[in-house]
Design a protein around this ligand. Structure first.
Ligand code: CTP
Ligand code: MG
Length: 181
């Protein structure tokens, strides 16, 4: 596979883990998951992690995975590489893992004294990737090893922070997000 093909496969494969964040930003609001609870005088997760945003994120990511499965026969080969289809377990594990990773990052941010919305470079850009990949490796190890070759994994780890910074900047400029990260 050439670089363009690896990029296409990496982007396609990670879309169900990318979209949940954006859907949560658009839909999020209402009661926070932690119910306002604190630990050592700091919020457990904070007001930025809501039930509605999490549910919308998971629904959006899973729906997109199912849509990509329908589109796969039409686009396969067009990029000079085989695009993967998503097994039922992966349809769920990519978005759920992405949201859990993002929530775990908020937990760590609050423990380290960062207020809601504070930046945590590195963690902010990769929490959802690590979450989505880890849960997928756990529930579908065969699919994971077949799909995430070393080249695809490397591209995912470099491409994701670039896309994350870019989309968040756009969301900030459109006033959808209160910080540009
Ligand atoms: N959001 C949500 N539920 C989630 C994740 C995100 O409702 N599980 C929404 C919230 O409105 C949140 C916005 O998406 O404010 C942006 O997400 P994010 O940057 O992850 O949250 P922050 O508000 O920056 O909070 P934190 O510091 O905990 O990351
Ligand atoms: Mg944030």
């Amino acid at each position: 596979m050439d670089l363009v093909a690896v990029l296409a496969v990496a982007f396609w494969t990670m879309l169900p883990a990318y979209v949940p964040n954006n859907a949560a930003v658009l839909v999020g609001g209402g009661p926070p998951i932690d119910g306002g609870r604190t630990w050592n005088d700091k919020r457990l997760l904070g007001d930025g992690k809501t039930w509605l945003g999490t549910a919308a994120g998971i629904a959006a990511g899973a729906s997109l995975a199912l849509l990509l499965n329908v589109l796969q026969p039409l686009l396969d080969g067009a990029v000079g590489a085989t695009l993967p289809t998503f097994e039922p377990a992966v349809v769920v594990s990519l978005p759920v893992g992405a949201m859990v990773g993002d929530i775990a990052a908020s937990f760590l941010k609050r423990r380290s004294g960062r207020q809601r919305g504070a930046a945590f470079p590195g963690l902010d850009q990769l929490d959802f990737v690590v979450g989505g990949l880890a849960l997928t490796a756990l529930v579908a190890p065969g699919w994971f090893l077949e799909t995430f070759t070393a080249a695809v994994l490397a591209v995912v780890l470099v491409m994701t922070p670039v896309l994350h910074v870019g989309t968040n900047l756009v969301a900030y400029k459109l006033s959808l997000k209160s910080e540009p990260w």
